[in-house]
Design a protein around this ligand. Structure first.
Ligand code: SAH
Length: 213
């Protein structure tokens, strides 16, 4: 189990790296990252590093989670779509800053584990969905914000269509693992405005079938 000291150490690292939004830092402080990784990695959960999770996927580095969250500029009326639930950690952080999170994952095993974590933490404003993230989640569109936590060669058109005018998407773009940029896409009356943020390394947003076993 995490000690308060571990959490404070992580928050200090994030501050040093330039995360200043106190609401974001407080949200991160409220989520025990050790519960989102396998026990064998729990001792590393409060280091600023990505870690492996089930199904060959990864939980992002806390700095990247913090930066993506900060750039979303959330408020408590926002409805947010996340693509790539993974461990559920990013969604748990978002849940403290917006009205509702819909999070889509292609692996049933990951979705179920994330759901159990939300329940155990008393998080009730995250809805998990099994599906193909390339298609977004039409039943709940449009969204104020969209966050994609797997890399795509370009922003999926369905996600652009499901973003409100005035809304923002944060997505890692790039076809090779070594050449990805985190990009902010603002959907304005005049069209899309793209702002590159940071070189990153995410697992790919894969095409195709949902994994049910
Ligand atoms: N946000 C996660 C980290 C995600 S890792 C966390 O906080 O732990 C990226 C996730 O995207 C993986 O779980 C992977 O299975 C999922 N993914 C990849 N392609 C997908 C697709 N097309 N649809 C839905 N999920 C996808």
């Amino acid at each position: 189990m995490a000690s308060a000291q571990d959490q404070i150490g992580l928050i200090m690292q994030l501050r040093r790296r330039g995360i200043r939004d106190t609401k974001v830092l407080r949200a991160i402080e409220r989520v025990p990252r050790d519960l989102f990784v396998d026990e064998s990695f729990a001792e590393h959960a409060y280091q600023d590093i990505a870690l492996p999770i089930e199904c060959g996927q990864t939980i992002s580095q806390p700095y990247v989670v913090a930066l993506m969250t900060e750039k979303l500029e959330l408020d408590d009326r926002h409805k947010v779509l996340e693509i790539g639930t993974g461990s559920g950690y990013q969604a748990a952080v978002l849940s403290h800053l917006c009205r509702r999170v819909y999070t889509v994952e292609r692996w049933r095993e990951l979705q179920k584990a994330a759901e159990r974590r939300f329940a155990s933490l008393g998080i009730t404003n995250v809805t998990t969905v099994i599906g193909d993230g390339w298609l977004g989640w039409p039943p709940q569109a449009p969204f104020d914000r969209i966050i994609v936590t797997a890399a795509a060669p370009e922003a999926p058109q369905a996600l652009i269509d499901q973003l409100k005018v005035g809304g923002r998407m944060i997505i890692p773009l790039g076809s090779s693992r070594d050449a990805q940029q985190l990009v902010q896409i603002d959907k304005t009356e005049e069209g899309l405005v793209e702002t590159p943020l940071l070189p990153v390394r995410f697992v790919p947003l894969v095409h195709g079938r949902v994994k049910r076993d």
